[in-house]
Design a protein around this ligand. Structure first.
Ligand code: CA
Length: 231
């Protein structure tokens, strides 16, 4: 009888340990799944994009940071540049309330990359004239999307017309350099990191604007951020 009791006690202990081990295993697996989900959720990154070393219009330390993810080959980006950008610049950037930074997106292959390299080369030589060049490249985008208009010669011509005293031979050299290729690569990493799927994409203090053409919504997000900053 005593022998039997000992035996069943041993069994209960083993059973208890086994149950605890199984529960612990479930909790660990569950937590791992949660962590994985959090990592994959790119819609709400913890930090707004870093604008360090990126073309930025207005006050770099403005309370509101607007980041445009754009592709020179994208027709909607041309539309945004012509319809939204001038208003946004006049209302918030020129008054020092917001900064506006530009990140290159390469969704249209080699032509996107060539134009992105040209913009980085302009930024390297004449950071203060980046946005004039950028706007002019969008203006040069033809209505017909069939036409191949992005060429090195065309980009150099636009730079010559919009950037005072630019050294075009230097720009041509820079466009083929490893340093400029790395700048474009850096932008692509940000596109990946922030889960950018559409162009243009606009982020305001790290918050992705659902429709970048909805100026009323853009205004309300900026005003909210400005209010939050004053509290
Ligand atoms: Ca860049």
């Amino acid at each position: 009888m005593a022998q039997n009791n000992k035996g069943s006690m041993k069994f209960i202990v083993i059973l208890t340990v086994a149950v605890i081990a199984i529960i612990a295993a479930f909790v660990i697996v569950d937590n791992m799944t949660k962590e994985e989900t959090a990592e994959n959720d790119t819609s709400t990154p913890a930090e707004p994009p870093s604008i360090e070393g990126q073309p930025t219009l207005g006050e770099k330390n403005a309370p509101v940071q607007i980041v445009e993810f754009g592709d020179y080959k994208c027709p909607s980006c041309k539309a945004w540049s012509e319809q939204v950008y001038p208003q946004l610049k006049a209302d918030y950037v020129d008054s020092g309330k917001a900064s506006l930074s530009y990140i290159n997106v390469l969704f249209h292959g080699e032509a996107s990359e060539l134009a992105a390299k040209a913009s980085e080369a302009v930024y390297k030589q004449a950071p203060d004239h980046f946005f004039e060049f950028s706007k002019a490249v969008y203006e040069a985008q033809p209505e017909s999307h069939e036409e191949e208009w992005v060429t090195t010669e065309k980009l150099l011509k636009i730079a010559g017309e919009t950037v005072p005293d630019i050294d075009l031979e230097q720009m041509r050299e820079d466009m083929e350099s490893e340093a400029i290729a790395q700048e474009v690569q850096k932008d692509s990493q940000m596109v990946e990191e922030y889960g950018i799927r559409l162009t243009p994409s606009v982020m305001i203090n790290g918050q992705l604007v659902e429709n970048p053409f909805d100026y009323e919504k853009i205004t309300s997000i900026i005003e909210e951020e400005l209010e939050g900053n004053n509290e």
